[in-house]
Design a protein around this ligand. Structure first.
Ligand code: HDD
Length: 750
């Protein structure tokens, strides 16, 4: 029994955190990988370690826990030392010549400490600077050897360790989580055959078709260079100026203006590899492939007003949500599905599969579920893991290959390149979070911060002095798919790339009415922030080609007439029928009310028995109830023992909860109904389309907030569970059903 089972402190998934005894790697999470390739090298096979013999971690077993344990530091029971390991007697006073005299130049301890501090920062990512990450594993349902020889798909049930980082794109590292933006969805698979990075987004298409345009796109999106504003927002002139001149952006703009860009949680968004990739099997046969991640918790988004309020109340909202869910043991999960199609099928499609502004509709090529990703362990150290992790689209493994998508081709260069300045040199692959589980053997040497102690005199190939090692892996190594290439060297693009609107229309037509309303409102908001009238007009002229009604509604909000449509460059655009899978309502989720945050508004005189009943009911189903009061401290109950208020209305406003319960209690109702903060709380819950439950006298709080009791269309509002105290069981059931599903968007008058 180690410290974990003794119930000491902290997370059992992190052995390194609990002292020396706890440092044995835990079992679970990964299957034993095949034996490492052992050959005539004298270098240790242990992952990046110089140890030999018995102490070596077993390669592949509990792979990541073991390799990261090597560098975990635990200060329990330890004396302070300098970076040279010298014990430090006094960490409070610098060395001075006399009590009031100057500090001595020789104070190496002061100088070391300050110097290190002065260099603590590294450049933030040029895009996706703000992110949060977690460890976990990918589990393949069935071997996919017919399609690919990629290691994660080699056996039924095989588990491969992963590290996933979610991010916003535009904002700096300290910006708010809930801004309107695309979200990054990057997964590093530590496979038996090296690292595979699937660096995707939560939106399946991109703004531009060619990497040549990426620096311009990002310059337009980022804060304007003269005054450094706005932070983490596309709602400004330069972004819309650029995209209005770049009609290929139109499809992505519709996604970006949809609720996809304000997810409720990283755990509740889809992920997409975006590009068409190739799968290659052991015989060298290849198919095209698109990667899709679907969250088990369903796809859920915030309401814009709510997102703005959360930005102020808790800028770390998504980071906290991911962290807390994992700490609580509610490991988020996604299913990985593939769309697989042949070269011939691709040729017959009405769009070019190399064009990253197009999706392959599910109606054309269905999704095949192939595995699941579970994120079950938070990082030990934000900087060492989440910040230093280096995702590169160039990181692929045998069985996976690129296509000629010109955006992907440029990315293959960009990611490797950016890590060199971001992480300070060419050895960033040696950082523990980046190093592959399969031992690295090559003749690359030296450079800043080199850690590997490459042994022997040979650092070239071919050689005879090193027995020819490391030798080429031959058939067992990565081989590029031998795709035939011909054609003139040319700066141009295929004709099908010029159809910019038909899939934008497909997306628009596949949205529910409220989703469409949100898109219109988002365009109106962003373009209202734009100051230049001609830019606004140009954007609307793109929208005319998508749907005249959309253009009309946006133009109405901006106070001008619909302009002429932007020129359409292709004849005969393909017609698509609506694809229900493109609506967020397509994935309500399978996890019920688990992890949903519920506020119980309480004040003196509340019915304590009811509070306990509701609280326990919610806890049992995995929800996160919180007693929210007007001030901290104990409150007396009409029945039962006093409760401690957990948080106050002003410290945790309405936007931070998925639902609210107002329990019975005459005196409590009088106190709550008189408080304007309570009225605001309840109104925001209503306005953000969330479930409310009020029992007994508490219905007065609802009345006071003047909430309509039916939907604008006259239907019953199922998310408003209001009734007698004696009806609590039925009210709770109704409330929980509403909370588990999609929000009651019908409250928004159309
Ligand atoms: Fe990118 C980071 C996703 C196009 C250049 N990108 C980055 C990250 C994600 C994406 C998720 C953050 C990874 C992390 O968490 O560390 N990027 C995409 C997607 C794209 C895309 C889905 C289109 C399909 N990106 C793209 C292009 C280029 C880049 C066309 C350049 C030619 N992206 C970068 C970068 C970043 C980056 C500058 C910044 C930090 C980093 O790489 O590590 O190299």
């Amino acid at each position: 029994a180690n410290a974990v089972s003794a119930g000491m402190r902290d997370n059992p998934a992190k052995p390194g955190e609990i002292g020396i005894q706890g440092r044995t790697a835990p079992t679970g999470a990964t299957v034993q990988s095949p034996d490492p390739v052992v050959h005539a090298s004298t270098v240790s096979e242990a992952h990046g370690s110089a140890k030999t013999g018995e102490e070596q971690p077993v390669l592949g077993a509990n792979a990541l826990a073991a390799s990261l344990d090597r560098v975990r530091a635990d200060d329990s029971d330890q004396a302070l030392t300098s970076n040279q390991g010298v014990p430090v007697s006094d960490n409070q006073n610098s060395l001075k010549a006399g009590l009031r005299g100057p500090t001595a130049m020789e104070d190496f301890l002061l100088r070391e400490k300050i110097t290190h501090f002065d260099h603590e920062r590294i450049p933030e990512r040029v895009v996706h600077a703000r992110g949060s990450a977690a460890h976990g594993y990918f589990e393949c349902y069935k071997a996919l050897t017919e399609l690919t020889c990629a290691a994660p798909f080699a056996e039924d049930g095989k588990r491969t360790p992963v590290f996933a980082r979610f991010s916003t794109v535009a904002g700096g590292a300290g910006s708010a989580d809930t801004v309107r933006d695309v979200r990054g969805f990057a997964v590093k698979f530590y496979t038996d055959e090296g690292n595979w990075d699937l660096v995707g987004n939560n939106i399946p298409v991109f703004f531009i078709q060619d990497a040549m345009k990426f620096p311009d796109l990002v310059h337009a999106l980022k804060p304007e260079p003269h005054f450094g504003m706005p932070q983490a927002s596309s709602a400004h002139d330069t972004f819309w100026d650029f995209v209005s001149l770049m009609p290929e952006s139109t499809h992505m703009l519709l996604w970006q203006m949809s609720d996809r860009a304000i997810p409720r949680s990283y755990r509740m968004m889809q992920g997409f590899g975006v590009h068409t990739f190739r799968l290659v099997n052991a015989d060298g046969a290849s198919v095209f492939c698109k990667f899709h991640w679907t969250p088990k918790a369903g796809t859920h988004s915030l309401i814009w007003d709510e997102a703005v309020k959360i930005g102020g109340a808790d800028p770390d909202y998504h980071r906290r949500d991911l962290w807390e869910a994992i700490e609580a043991g509610a490991a988020p999960e996604w299913e990985l599905s593939l769309q697989v199609f042949s070269e011939d099928e691709a040729d017959g499609m009405p769009f070019d599969i190399l064009d990253p502004t197009k999706i392959v509709p599910e109606e054309l090529v269905p999704l095949i579920p192939v595995g699941r990703m579970v994120l079950n362990r938070n990082p030990d150290n934000f900087f060492a893991e989440t910040e230093q992790v280096a995702f590169c689209t160039a990181h692929i493994v045998p069985g996976i290959d690129f296509t000629n998508d010109p955006l992907l081709q440029g990315r293959i260069h960009s990611y490797l390149d950016t890590q060199i300045s971001r992480l300070g040199g060419a050895n960033f692959h040696e950082l523990p979070i980046n190093s592959p589980l399969r031992a690295v053997h090559n003749n690359q040497r030296d450079g800043m911060h080199r850690q590997t102690l490459n042994r022997g005199r040979v650092a070239y190939e071919p050689n005879s002095l090193g027995g020819g090692c490391p030798f080429q892996a031959g058939a067992a190594g990565f081989k590029s798919f031998p795709q035939p290439v011909d054609g003139d060297k040319i700066r141009a693009k295929p004709e099908k790339f010029a159809d910019h609107y038909s899939q934008a229309r497909l997306f628009w037509q596949s949205q529910t009415l409220t989703e469409q309303l949100h898109i219109v409102n988002a365009f109106r908001f962003e373009l209202t922030r734009v100051q230049t009238p001609s830019v606004r007009q140009r954007v609307v002229s793109l929208l005319v080609n998508v749907d005249p009604m959309l253009a009309q509604q946006v133009a109405d909000g901006l106070g001008f007439d619909v302009p002429e449509a932007a020129p359409v460059l292709v004849d005969g655009q393909p017609e698509y029928s609506a694809s229900p899978a493109l609506s967020l309502t397509a994935y309500p989720g399978e996890t019920g009310i688990a992890t949903r945050r519920v506020a119980l508004l309480v004040a003196d005189g509340v019915d304590g028995a009811m509070v306990t009943q509701v609280y326990e009911h919610l806890l049992q189903q995995g929800a996160v109830p919180r007693l929210v009061g007007q001030k901290l401290g104990a409150i007396t109950c009409s029945a039962g023992k006093p409760f401690q208020v957990e948080i106050t209305l002003s410290a945790a406003p309405s936007a931070l909860y998925d639902a609210v319960v107002i329990p019975d209690g005459e005196q409590a109702t009088t106190l709550l109904a008189a408080d304007p903060l309570v009225a605001e709380f309840v109104r925001d819950q209503y306005r953000h389309c969330k479930p409310l439950l009020a029992a007994g006298s508490a219905t007065e709080v609802i009345d006071k907030a003047e909430l309509p009791d039916v939907l604008p269309n006259g239907d019953e509002d199922f998310s408003l569970a209001v009734g007698e105290a004696g009806q609590l069981p039925e009210l709770l059931q109704q409330f929980a059903e509403a909370l588990a599903g999609q929000r009651e968007l019908g409250r928004e008058a159309l």
